[in-house]
Each structure stands twice: as structure tokens, then as C-alpha cells.
Design a protein around this ligand. Sequence first.
Ligand SMILES: Nc1ncnc2c1ncn2[C@@H]1O[C@H](COP(=O)(O)OP(=O)(O)OP(=O)(O)O)[C@@H](O)[C@H]1O
Ligand SMILES: [Mg+2]
Ligand SMILES: [Zn+2]
Length: 633
Amino acid sequence: MAELQIIVRDRFGQEARQTVTVEILRPPVVEPARLEGVGIEPQRVVRPRRRVLLGQILLEAAIVNQAQLQLALEEQRKTGERLGNIVLSMGLGTQDGIAAAIAQQLGIEFIRLADSAPDEAALLTVPEAIARRNQVIPIRERDRDLVVGMVDPLDIVAVDDLRRLTGFNIVPAVITLDDFHRALGQYPSMAGTVSEVIEEILPSQFVEEESAEVLRAVATEGPIIRLANLMILQAIRARASDIHIEPQEQRVRVRQRVDGVLYPTMTSPRHIQLALVSRLKIMANLNIAERRVPQDGRIELKVDGRPVDLRVSTIPTVWGEKVVMRVLDKSGAFVGVDKLGLQPEDRQRFEAIIGKPHGVVLLMGPTGCGKTTTLYAILNRLNTPQVNIMTIEDPVEYQMPGISQVQVNPLPGLTFVRGLRAFLRQDPDIIMVGEIRDDETAHIAVQAALTGHLVLSTLHTNDTAGAVSRLASMGVEPFLMASSMVGLIAQRLVRVLCERCREPYEPSDDVLARLSLARPATPLTFYRPVGCAYCNHIGYKGRIGIFEILPVDATIKPLIAHNAPAGEIRAAAIAAGMRTLQDDAVSKVINGTTSLEEALRVVLVEGGPMSLKRPAAPRQAAAPSLSDARGQV
Ligand SMILES: Nc1ncnc2c1ncn2[C@@H]1O[C@H](COP(=O)(O)OP(=O)(O)OP(=O)(O)O)[C@@H](O)[C@H]1O
Ligand SMILES: [Mg+2]
Ligand SMILES: [Zn+2]
């Protein structure tokens, strides 16, 4: 409680003093930054008050604790990144959680754009460029009000700008960054723009064998620059991980990989190819005159205000140079442990394994299955001021504050082995080795674990039990393996069905039988992909991990020590309750996260017991595990 003296003026202009008692419930909200006349570009102004405020909201919502907030604020001072994003990248909270907390504290609406799409009319009130710069999406009009979804509703400068621009009274609501990016894609489509740009590029301007000067000239013409920019922008908004520009006999084809699958996005007349490829090569600082050997380069740009790196690779094909650009989006780098896709049972095993003070933890799976992402989620979880974490990687993919990351560099002789040896003199607690590729690395990793360090690494094998034979083939003694290993984790990624358009159906008895599932009392609902504007007509949106977690415990250790075959280790693990990759995939079909087709595509081995091509083996027992009837993979 506080007493305040106020001066009131009645409608005749008479002044009077009054004392009022006020109860201060929480710190004063938003104090408008004064910008008029200071000559600073509005979006560049640093607003310390806002930081404190969002920090406070996050504290009160118990999304961060005091120490974590300090770390985040420090990081913000260094990078200038939005506090919300930093907190997310520290693996704390979820986008939804943070947005909900902000909404509750400010007493405003949290709008999930998945449930309510913006009105087209509302969208048109704010030009896309301004929406993008301020990370806002106009959602609906109500008389003189415009409800605007804002990633950062504390951004009063943006609210002011929007009010002036639209003439509406702005009613801020909270949206997540993901929803913001998706909604941007709902602005009147760019497809039309791309074809318009292509039409501006005349065939007569291009002959096949151009000199470097001519190439440089055409590659710096407006339409080509716009085409290249649009192509990149469109791909990044679609969350593509790779962009392929592929010359063919008649046309140039552009495809992009989204959630692990390639989709064609445009084919254009062949006369564009040379100019487009030259443009991309200029952007990547490559030699445009050289078209006979492969080249590598890099493009750094900002897309929708986020820094994005493109790793560019060219290779001469019979129809001309093919360009592939890998998108390295640093902002989407970390996934917190709770967002990896671990089911509750697995989550417990996972936590138990990474909570061990020393030993080897290995992640298994083919290229691109999310190993590095999971490793970083683990490091992020273990990253406290009390421990020394050192990583050696080839290359260092993400940068994490508070840990020492070393990049392998073979030319001067900094190999995995040499780095690891040096680590042991650097007083580490936790060591992460990007990948165990050779015998010597395997040996040192095991040694380090036996001398009291937690060693995290990845192996290129399919399942958990396969790791043992792989290490054995690298010459690691079975008894050393048995005593050093604490956990094996196999992983894949499945695409997540788009919640807006997925279509429910009841699986047939036949399908259930083949999945070794008994028909349940209440019918199961599976979903199949359909495709809508929201998911770019793919039917899926994003991916999630599926896991197989094998704690190397007292039952498993003797089997490893005695060189038991992988099948035996696997059977013992399943008997002890391990959920297999297949179990996890099926459970994610049953809960509607993914489709049966997708699960089959990712984990179910052709012709294996769970393939839909063959009847399932009879179930052995009424055990709740889904694994028993499926056995070996
Ligand atoms: N649990 C997850 N949920 C959603 N997306 C994920 C998850 N894990 C990884 N991804 C995404 O999948 C892609 C590949 O992940 P990552 O680089 O971790 O795989 P990897 O197994 O380390 O690949 P490589 O074999 O090339 O090293 C990345 O774009 C990443 O963002
Ligand atoms: Mg990796
Ligand atoms: Zn959809």
C-alpha cells in the first residue's frame, strides 16, 4: 500500500488536493521510451526497461530463475538478440510457455495462429515489410480497433508506428515467433512475383558461353538479383534446409528440402540458369569465370531480421553448374530437452543417463537424424557454472555460451585424437566428441570416461545394440566398453502432421494386426496428411525425434563384457523395458503426431516383421510392450 497526493482539476478548472491510497500489485508496466526528435531509427533503440520487464515476467512465471536470467541478460548485452529468443536458445521454456506468461502478465490475449488465421483484410492494413521488421501480424479489425499479434508486445515503439500507419487503435496480442513466420507466408503469395520477375528476363540477353565481364553484368541486373533474393527468401520462409538449383536439358529446376524431403519449387527457362548461377556465385564470393571445377563458398544474409548463413557448393554437371545451398539458421539452433520428442517413460531414462557423473553416452543414427541437436540439448542441460564442458567437433555447428568448443583442424594437426589428449590436461568434467570415426578416438573416449569424465559422442550405426559391435570392430575391449558405457540412444526424425489439415481415420483391423496392436475397446484414430496453405500444401510441418534408449545397467553390462551378439543385447534390453524406435514411432502415430506412412518411411524396415507387406508375427504375450512381436531389425 502507498499513499499518494494527487491534484485533481474539476471541469471549471478548480484545483484540489486529494490523498488516495493505492495498492501496488506488481511493478509498473511499460514506460514509453521517448523517441521523438532524438534522431535514432526506432527499431535500433536499446530499451533497457523492457529487458528488465520481460525478465521479470519470465521470473514470475518460473520460466527462468535469477541466475539463468542474469546469464540471459548478459548474453543479450553481448549479442543484442531478443531476450525471449535467448531464453529459448538456452533450452528454458517453450515459445508457447513464454507467450502465455507474457499474455497473462500484461492481461492481453495469446493468439495461436494455428487456431485463428489472420483475416486477409486485416493483413492488408500493414505492409509485409513493416510486419516483418516489427515481428507483428495484423489479425482482425474490430470497429476502430486492430488486433495485432506481436512476438514482442512490450515493443511500444512498434505499437506507436502501427497506430500512425494504419489509423487504427492498436490492440496488442501475443503470438509466438513460429506463428509469426508462418503467418508471414500467408501474405499474398510470392509465387506470382517470381514468375513476373522471370518474365522480365529476356532470352535474347543470354548466350551460352559468356565472358566473365558479360556474366558479371547480367548477374547484377535488377531482375536477376530480385529472382535470386526471392528464391532464397521463399525457401527460408518455407523452413527449407537446402536449396538446389539444377540445370537440366530444357529447363532449370529449383527444389528445396523441407523436413528432410525435397520439393520442386520452380522451373524456369534455361536461359536463366547462367545468370542465376553467376548471381549466386557472386553472392558467395566464388569465381564466376571458373565453371569446370567444384567450388565452395558462403553467403551471409539477414532474412526477416534473422541472421542466416548459406553454405554454397557448386559442381559442373553435363547440363551446366549445379548449385546447392545449405541453410544454416543460427537462430533456430538449440532444441531444449523437453522439445526433442521424448515420451515420458523415455524422458526418465534419458535424464538418468545424462545425470551420471562419468561414463560414455553414445547417440546413434544415420546422417541428419538429429544427433547433434540432441547432443546440444544435453550439453545445454548440463551447462552450469560448476562444470567445465569441452567439445571437439568437425565442424562446430552451434555456438553455446559457457562451454569451450574446439574445431578440428587437420592441417596444423588438430585432429580429434590430439584435441582429446589435450582436453585431459584441461580439467574437463564433460567432454563432447562430435563423432567417433576411428579406433584411436574410440580408445581415448573410453579412457576419458574410465578416468572420471562424462563423454558424449555419436556413432554411425542404426540401433543401440549395434553400437557395441561397432566399437568392438574399432578394437575397444568388451570389458572396457562394459565398464565405461552408461547409455546408448538411437534416434530418427519423423515429420509432424500439420494440425490444421490432418485427416482422421480409423485404422483397419488388418493394419492394427500388422502393427501387432490388439484392437482396443474404444476405436483408435490415426491421421493422414492432407495439405493446406498453412503447411505449404505438404501435410506436415516440422519434425520431432523418435528414440530408443538403452541404459547400460547391471543386466546389460555382463552381456557387453562377454561379447554377446547385438540381438541378445537388444532382446535383454527389450525385456528390461526398452522402448524401441518402432515402439516410439507407433506411439506417435497413435497420438496423432505423425502418420503411419511417415512412421513406416522412417523406421520400419522393408520386409521386417512390421512391414505392412507381411503379416505380423503372432504376439507372444499380453505384455504392454509393442516390441516383443517385432524382435530384430
Ligand atoms: N528433435 C528434433 N526435433 C525437430 N527437429 C530436429 C530435431 N533434431 C534435429 N532436428 C533438425 O534436423 C536437422 C538435422 O539435425 P542434426 O544436425 O542434429 O542431425 P545429425 O544427426 O547431427 O546430422 P549429421 O549426421 O549430418 O551430423 C536439423 O535441421 C535440426 O534442426
Ligand atoms: Mg551432426
Ligand atoms: Zn496443413
